[in-house]
Design a protein around this ligand. Structure first.
Ligand code: PEP
Ligand code: MG
Length: 592
């Protein structure tokens, strides 16, 4: 019997192969006391192993830079810094000298102490750091004990699905996407470093699964679907045929990709629809362009801060924003200001532990309280605006006052640039993400102060329904087709229309076939989706008539339950789109 397990779909694509359980645990370290004449030898041994680890990390950093780019390579910096941190090496040296412990035992103790100290803060911010530290611990202790390095994954074999408790950036980056066809992990979120790397490598990934490493057995067959966040262990004939269908579709799409990218993005009755891309890293811009993106509707900038020990400099940010602007010379590039907090925490900000981080110090609230961080980003975005149609988009706005404050800061930075004779485009647009019920209900006021709206349906759904977007347990309740969400979407769209400003949607809903149909029917004709979804969304758009979408959306807005919303949409699409081809990949709310 096949076993189906769900988690967070974190890297697009589907892969099938043989399970390799990656157990890269911490080795058992025997207690060993040493004689006084061994002390200096052990201290030297420890120092040599640190040197070795540093060299290895720097090699991985170099090869990452070569394969994936400079920004991806920088995620190894915190680990390199940890190796230089006296708290670690000097602490362990002291235990060798004063307690006469072997180098391995001394280091083991020191790391346990640091882990306990960090864990006591019970803060998600330290999770990435603990993850980095554990990676070092495994590598250093194996080396000190003369054991083979379990993080050396050079002999994994072919057609492998890696299943593990958790991964680290340095492990992930060693995976060859031609051999590792999928990853499934108990832990991890979309913004974990290793997950971002898996995405850059194009390896289908499902994370945050809770139990997959306990349920899977080495050598068994598995399918990983990174889009819907599903792993099938011991797939049966039905699962295999779904997999083959999906794989064939992806392969056919890849062939079709170029031609679809060239096709105009219009409905069957020739209404234009603007399709833009969501990017997590600048390196994705080129692929987004090849997938037919008409600009960037959401450039998430947290990659510049999460996991870093230091605030990113203006120059580095400017280069990153500029590179995306240059990939889309004649199109809109919407840079979202830092959306920190929630599930994204930079080390250098020392964010407070909060009971409900998604309701806490997040996004624009953080930026307005940290003007140095925010001003540097605004300045870098303004400078990049000299190279294209760059827009500034502010997340989690609830209040006009917040937009006023942002405008003031941007204007001050404009003034400084002018004084310094640095070019920028003074005609840039400044808009907001509508992602709380408060913003949706205050849309009339907010529209007076915004140049555009983009609706973040991921957060809008989370906050409207009070359903944590990261909870696998609540995934079934996370329903953007809930009548409350549909009504908010409808009203924001109407407000934007009458205010004469652009409204788009950049949440996951815009990549869902029923979502596309509904949104177009609500007159939201600019959509921004993760770039791999662009051809599929364009195909959808081209297959139905705007007239039908409007009629169905009108009925959906009046529908009293989620089930009836979905029924209106399914009926409205009628025979023009084969929804059964989608239902397996999307948790489309069913009609019962
Ligand atoms: C959203 O909330 O819908 C959105 C697009 O932003 P993010 O997913 O980055 O929160
Ligand atoms: Mg959001």
């Amino acid at each position: 019997m096949s076993k189906v397990l769900d988690g967070i779909g974190a890297s697009e694509g589907i892969g099938a192969g043989r399970v390799h359980i990656l157990n890269w645990g911490v080795p058992e370290v025997p207690h060993r006391s040493i004689d006084s004449d061994e002390v200096e030898g052990e201290v030297e041994h420890l120092r040599e192993v640190f040197e070795w680890a540093k060299k290895r990390l720097l090699d991985i950093e170099d090869s990452t830079e070569e394969r994936l780019g400079a920004i991806e390579a920088r995620i190894f910096e915190p680990q390199v810094l940890m190796l230089d941190d006296p708290e670690l090496i000097e602490g362990a040296t002291l235990y060798i000298r004063e307690n006469r412990l072997s180098a391995a035992r001394a280091l083991d103790w020191r790391i346990l102490e640091i882990q306990a100290k960090w864990s006591r803060t019970a803060h998600p911010m330290v999770l990435d750091r603990l993850n980095d530290l554990q990676d070092l611990q495994v590598r250093l202790l194996h080396q000190l004990l003369g054991l083979p390095d379990p993080t050396d994954v050079s002999s994994l074999g072919e057609d492998v699905i890696v299943i593990t408790r958790n991964l680290t950036p340095s492990l992930t980056v060693q995976f060859d996407p031609a051999l590792v066809l999928g990853i499934a992990a108990d832990q991890g979120t979309r913004t974990a470093h290793w997950v971002m790397l898996a995405r850059s490598l194009g390896i289908p990934t499902v994370c945050g699964m809770g139990v997959v490493s306990e349920q899977a057995r080495a050598g068994q067959e598995a399918i990983v679907d990174g889009r819907i966040g599903r792993v099938v262990l011991d797939p049966d004939e039905h699962d295999r045929s779904l997999f083959r269908e999906r794989e064939t579709q992806i392969l056919a799409w890849e062939d079709e990709l170029e031609s679809i990218a060239q096709l105009p993005s219009i409905t069957a009755d020739e209404q234009p629809v603007e399709l833009r891309a969501n990017l997590d890293m600048p390196g994705e811009a080129e692929r987004a362009r090849l997938h037919g993106a008409q600009g960037v509707g959401l450039f998430r900038t947290e990659f510049l801060v999460v996991g870093r020990n230091q605030m990113p400099g203006e120059e580095e940010q400017y280069q990153a924003y500029r590179s995306v602007a240059e990939a889309f010379p004649k199109q809109v590039v919407t840079v979202r200001t830092f959306d920190l907090g929630g599930d994204k925490f930079p080390m250098f900000l020392h964010m407070p532990a909060e009971e409900n981080p998604f309701l806490g110090w997040r996004a624009i609230r953080v930026c307005l309280d940290e003007p140095e961080l925010f001003r540097t980003q605004l300045r870098a975005i303004l400078r990049a605006s000299a190279h294209g149609d760059i827009r500034i988009m502010v997340p989690l706005v609830n209040d006009v006052e917040e937009i006023r404050q942002v405008r003031e800061l941007v204007e001050e930075e404009e003034e400084r640039l002018r004084r310094d004779g640095i070019p920028f485009n003074s005609g840039y647009k400044l808009g907001i993400l509508v992602e709380t019920p408060a913003a949706a209900l205050e849309a009339v006021e907010l529209a007076r102060h915004s140049d555009f709206f983009s609706i973040g349906t991921n957060d809008l759904t989370q906050y409207t329904l009070a359903v944590d977007r990261t909870s696998a347990r609540l995934a079934k309740l996370f329903n953007p087709f809930h009548p409350a969400v549909v009504q908010l979407l409808n009203s924001v769209s109407r407000v934007a229309k009458s205010a004469g400003i652009e409204v788009s949607v950049c949440g996951e809903m815009a990549a869902n076939p029923l979502g596309v149909f509904l949104l177009l029917g609500l007159d939201i004709t600019t959509l921004s989706v993760a770039w791999p979804s662009l051809p599929e969304v364009k195909k959808m758009v081209r297959s139905f008539r705007m007239e039908d979408a409007r009629r169905a959306a009108k009925a959906a807005v009046a529908a009293p339950t989620s089930r009836e919303v979905v029924e209106c949409l399914v009926k409205g699409i009628g025979g023009s789109v084969d929804l059964s081809a989608f239902s397996g990949r999307w948790n489309l709310p069913t009609s019962h």
